[in-house]
Design a protein around this ligand. Structure first.
Ligand SMILES: C[S@@+](CC[C@H](N)C(=O)[O-])C[C@H]1O[C@@H](n2cnc3c(N)ncnc32)[C@H](O)[C@@H]1O
Length: 282
């Protein structure tokens, strides 16, 4: 096998796009098609394949049931880091305060959690606050990728990953170093319940949730699929609950079920369901 770039044939592009969209709702728009080659190179190397068309053939002959999952895992964008967009986390603390005020334990759903940095950031933040009297919400974290969830459960991070967004103080406090890797301590991992979950196909984890974070996941979904996902979130949330999207994502013009929060800038609020129409006596 050569290291030369492989061109993406139209057939391969169509097959991989259809596979990714069927499994995750994610669309490979033309400006991302160049990623296919780069993303699938390690898998091709592992399988001793020279061209993407050979990978298509392997997928289509149906002899290897895992190959579809591996292709999807390679194609989907799993970019994440600890305390990504840090100010967001302080606002999540404020969103949780609503449940605190009502004397309930808040429930947070971190949807599309990738390899766990986002829910672990929340867990560290709330656990530290709990030491001075704050409450500890329940944190459920899900992702469509089995491989990402397995990595999140293992809580294992490379030196590069641990340094992205995590101050040394928190790294030493919540992680153990082993060789060049870092492992989240059991006291931290036990604060997050991980589950595989497909946003476009599966029933949501048992709610109702006070806060749903779904950041940098909906970017590549069609408008219709996004509207469907917002409907699923709305069903899983309390009226008035908070939805947190990524910086480039919005509900505006996409769904009537959420509106911009007046209290928490950049966040969205699940609107209360309209009261059922009264029957007028004849
Ligand atoms: C770019 S990462 C974002 C991770 C994290 N939320 C953050 O902002 O740092 C997107 C994640 O969404 C997941 N994802 C994509 N489509 C999904 C779907 N249909 N259901 C659940 N997760 C999905 C991917 O596997 C990936 O781990």
């Amino acid at each position: 096998m050569t290291g030369a770039p492989t061109s993406v044939s139209q057939v391969a592009l169509n097959v991989f796009s259809a596979l990714l969209e069927a499994r995750t709702g994610q669309q490979i728009s033309s400006y991302r098609s160049w990623r296919i080659d780069t993303a699938l190179k390690p898998l091709m190397r592992e399988r001793g394949l020279d061209t993407l068309d050979q990978l298509v053939a392997l997928l289509l002959d149906g002899q290897e049931p895992r190959i579809g999952d591996q292709i999807v895992d390679a194609l989907v964008n799993q970019e994440t880091s600890f305390f990504r967009d840090a100010p967001v986390f302080d606002l999540v603390v404020e969103a949780v305060a609503v449940a605190d005020g009502e004397g309930r334990r808040a429930r947070i759903w971190c949807a599309g959690c990738s390899t766990g940095q986002e829910p672990l950031s929340l867990a560290m933040l709330f656990a530290e606050r709990a030491e001075t009297g704050g409450t500890m919400p329940e944190i459920v974290a899900t992702d469509v990728s089995d491989a990402a969830i397995a990595r999140a459960r293992a809580g294992k991070y490379t030196q590069f990953e641990i340094q992205r967004g995590l101050p040394i103080r928190r790294m030493m406090r919540w992680f153990d170093g082993e060789g060049s890797d870092w492992f989240a301590k059991p006291d931290l991992t036990k604060l997050v319940a991980y589950r595989r979950h497909n946003l476009v196909a599966d029933n949501p984890p048992a709610g109702p949730f006070d806060v749903v974070l779904c950041r940098n996941v909906l970017l590549y979904l069609s408008s219709a699929t996004k509207a469907d996902v917002f409907g699923r979130f709305a069903k899983a949330m309390r009226p008035g609950g908070t939805l947190v999207l990524g910086a480039g994502e919005t509900v505006i013009g996409q769904t009537p079920l959420f509106e911009p929060s007046r209290r928490l800038r950049g966040f969205y609020e699940r609107v209360a369901a309209p009261a059922p129409a009264r029957r007028v006596a004849a």
